[in-house]
Design a binder for this molecule. Structure first.
Ligand code: FHN
Length: 442
């Protein structure tokens, strides 16, 4: 009898290891969701939490070494009476955004949804007492906007997030903890989000906190076992269409459905923590309007409308979505400078969105000068910061039927010889943000 029991135990254990590590094969529903995602091209990122009360960004707990027992006073001051989910979703739509990704839990461990796993959440621990994620979910459903859940795997509050990683080391927690217990906590919150909210996917963050950078040849090495395959399988078992992305700054892991880049176009490394190779999954890059993700009272370095529009054009020219961030203030409103920029982007997207939505990257790319997007036989040449009205493109392997200005169908002169394409735009038609030439291919 004992032998049979042991054999059964081995089979069960072996089976569970295989099931968690079996090759991930995205379902048809998932692949359709990926297509939708790539067509969407533009989303709103929302970083919002009790940290907004201090107006010093979302890293304030770590940066000011605020111990947990002091930080836990903040929820008591969080009462965003002017929060209006309809206004937020209206703004996203007016900007031309097709989805919203909001922080359900950032590194501080505070849940912006009605978590049954932890009372450290916006419903139970604040005078506001309402489920912000639920209100956004319901408004997104009404307005046909998809909702993604940002979830931080890194946690500066949970005692079992131990061993500590690179950050959150001075938050007054005991130097002990059970990592497996933390993973169970994390997975329980992820599962309740997947099961109880109508979302399109997860945007994970914080894996990098445990990255073991000592092994240059193995960037995926970590000091702990995140057991990502178990978490991802759990998500896809709840709903195979859920798109999983993880902002780990390394090549995608098995079970992920899109690859994101932060403050850089895919593959670039202006930040110093980027430079990750581009994988084969749908791509997204995320950026702030000023320099802060969470509301920062003193950060007035807001990017211009031209910079933001060129960012979405460059992203699309790199086959990537653009996830542009807002950090609501403690009263629940979006700061005016960001609202105005989003509305201006929306005006541009109304006129030119056809050259972005539903496109894939085109064959023409001259860093910072000319990018291209394509939809069927239409190749859109986006001329950014031209020095004159002649655009020269070498190595052009396509055959052309015609070329016009996208905005008013004015004919664009062209000469194609030995794979060199010369386009001549009427000088008065040059647009200082983006001159779009629509080429019809043979
Ligand atoms: O530490 C976070 C940061 O607060 C923010 O959430 C960004 C958004 O991409 N991700 C991490 C930094 O890489």
């Amino acid at each position: 009898m004992k032998k049979i029991f042991t054999a059964l135990l081995v089979v069960l254990m072996f089976g569970s290891v295989l099931s968690a590590q079996e090759k991930y094969i995205p379902t048809k529903k998932n692949l359709e969701a990926r297509e939708w995602f790539q067509d969407a091209r533009f989303g709103m990122f929302i970083h919002w939490g009790v940290y907004s009360v201090l107006g010093d960004g979302e890293w304030v707990m770590n940066n000011q070494n605020i111990p947990v027992d002091r930080y836990e006073l903040l929820p008591g001051f969080f009462n965003p009476e002017q929060f209006d989910a309809k206004k937020i979703v209206d703004l996203a739509k007016k900007a031309g955004m097709k989805y919203i990704t909001i922080t359900t839990k950032h590194h501080d461990g505070f849940a912006m949804y009605d978590s049954k796993v932890s009372d450290y959440n916006v419903v139970k621990a604040t005078p506001y007492g309402k489920d912000i994620f639920r209100m956004l979910e319901e408004e997104c459903e009404k307005q046909g906007i998809k909702l993604f859940a940002y979830y931080s795997q890194l946690d500066w509050r949970h005692p079992d997030y131990f061993p500590r990683g690179r950050t959150g080391n001075k938050t007054g927690r005991p130097e002990s903890g059970a990592w497996e217990q933390y993973l169970q906590f994390q997975d329980a919150q992820i599962k309740e989000l997947a099961e109880n909210y109508n979302i399109a996917g997860f945007w994970f963050d914080g894996w990098w906190d445990q990255q073991d950078k000592s092994d240059k040849d193995n960037p995926k090495k970590t000091k702990v076992n995140w057991d990502l395959s178990h978490t991802y399988k759990m998500i896809h078992d709840v709903n195979s269409a859920l798109l999983v992305g993880n902002n780990h700054h390394v090549l995608p892991f098995e079970g992920e459905d899109f690859q994101m880049f932060e403050k850089d176009l895919p593959g670039k490394n202006t930040t110093g923590f980027g430079g990750t190779k581009i994988g084969s999954l749908p791509l997204e890059t995320c950026e702030t309007i000023n320099h802060s993700w969470g509301f920062n009272l003193q950060d007035g370095k807001h990017k211009s409308v031209k910079e933001l529009i060129q960012y979405i054009v460059k992203a699309a020219g790199n086959d990537a979505n653009f996830l542009l961030n807002v950090g609501p203030m403690p009263n629940g409103k979006i700061q005016e400078e960001h609202k105005q920029r989003l509305l201006a982007m929306g005006e541009w997207m109304k006129k030119n969105g056809e050259t972005i939505y539903g496109t894939r990257k085109g064959s023409v790319y001259i860093e910072n000068k000319v990018v291209s997007t394509q939809k069927g036989k239409k190749l859109y040449i986006h001329v950014l910061n031209p020095v004159d009205n002649k655009i020269v493109i070498d190595g052009f392997n396509e055959k052309i039927k015609g070329a016009v200005l996208f905005e008013d169908r004015t004919k664009v002169g062209y000469r194609l010889k030995n794979k060199r394409l010369e386009l001549t735009v009427p000088t008065e038609k040059i647009n200082e943000t983006d001159t779009i030439i629509e080429i019809t291919l043979k």
